[in-house]
Design a protein around this ligand. Structure first.
Ligand code: HEC
Ligand code: HEC
Length: 284
């Protein structure tokens, strides 16, 4: 067994092609609209220093054509959904007759919000994702129905909020009141799930760069979320991706929006501290 299959059971060795099928991440730079410079690889945050030296965006592990789609908003199918969310941002809804814009101003005024989420929200006494904050505003400030956690309206809105922060470094806080949630997320990340007995780390820490079936394994970073996937031709939230990955280990999965996935998002987000916000990204 070589170093890329360390600690993996027989099942896994059969899935991950360990016969030297190591494909390097692309040696490429991402500048969006010839304007926004995206940091796609950088020194790993201090809390990861025992595990890896460098953190890398999933963009570097995709093929040339997929990478190219992210260089210009006209070629990025995810931006169509950002435009839809812009309309929603400006439209009044709910019993209070208010729009997001009425309280928050232009969507571009939300630049800097995406990079720090999930975060501990003092008034709520808990760690919250962007989705939780958005639904809190809809329910309690607009008198509107909550959106489904991974539904179209919600994922579109998170894409709008990501897009106005593109190029800014992910900067999720892991200490203070967020620490216990972060520890919980870390524990989930290293827990082996399912019949295949695989943890997130087995694939995304021990085997990134290797091929798994026809897929080039990345570090499983979430700086590019939400992601437009060519596979299902829509935007996908981080929790929907977590769900798919857990299901691939043939395990029962947590639900999107569950406390477990909120904690996992905080932890996975912190593994990408220093990478640029890149959403909506394009992946296969
Ligand atoms: C009636 C006013 C009001 C409306 C309408 C409203 N919000 Fe808010 N929103 C607030 C307040 C107040 C806060 C908490 C204070 C803050 O952080 O700005 C907040 C917080 C947020 C945050 C967290 C911001 C941060 O810096 O952490 C997000 C994201 C957000 N709102 C999104 C939305 C979206 C999307 C809509 C429309 C679907 C919306 N809000 C509608 C008043 C509103
Ligand atoms: C059996 C291996 C395997 C396991 C275990 C696994 N994943 Fe994945 N994951 C993949 C593959 C394959 C992809 C698609 C290629 C890529 O981006 O790595 C992927 C993609 C992702 C992505 C998208 C990255 C991007 O840039 O678009 C995220 C995020 C992710 N995984 C998180 C997780 C988390 C969190 C866990 C643990 C709950 C997990 N994965 C467990 C195989 C795995």
């Amino acid at each position: 067994m070589n170093k890329f299959t360390k600690g993996l059971g027989a099942c896994m060795t059969a899935i991950i092609v360990a016969s030297g099928a190591m494909a390097e991440p692309a040696d490429d730079n991402l500048v969006i609209n010839e304007d926004i410079e995206i940091v796609t690889r950088t020194a790993a945050p201090a809390h990861l220093s025992d595990a890896m030296d460098e953190v890398m965006s999933g963009w570097l592990f995709r093929g040339t054509e997929t990478r190219d789609m992210e260089r210009d908003d006209f070629d990025n199918p995810g931006m169509i959904f950002v435009e839809q969310a812009e309309d929603t941002w400006n439209a009044a809804d709910g019993s209070e007759g208010k729009s997001c814009a009425d309280c928050h101003g232009a969507s571009s005024d939300m630049a800097g919000v995406r990079p720090v989420y999930p975060k501990y929200v003092e008034a709520a006494g808990e760690v919250r994702t962007l989705e939780m904050q958005i639904n809190d505003c809809r329910e309690n400030r607009m008198g509107a129905e909550k959106w489904k956690y991974t539904g179209g309206d919600m994922v579109n809105m998170t894409a709008l909020l990501a897009s106005v922060s593109r190029g800014m470094p992910v900067d999720v806080a892991i200490d203070g009141p967020a620490q216990s949630t972060w520890e919980q997320g870390k524990e989930i990340y290293y827990t082996r799930f399912g019949q295949l007995e695989l943890s997130c780390a087995n694939c995304h820490e021990d085997n990134y760069g290797n091929m798994i079936r026809a897929d080039h394994l990345s570090q499983g970073q979430i700086n590019g979320f939400p992601t437009y996937r060519l596979k299902n031709t829509k935007l996908n939230s981080a929790h929907a991706r977590f769900k798919g990955c857990v299901r691939d280990t043939r395990a029962e999965t947590f639900n999107p929006g569950s406390p477990e996935f909120v904690a996992l998002e905080l932890y996975v987000g912190s593994r990408g501290n220093g990478l640029s916000v890149e959403g909506p990204s394009v992946r296969n």
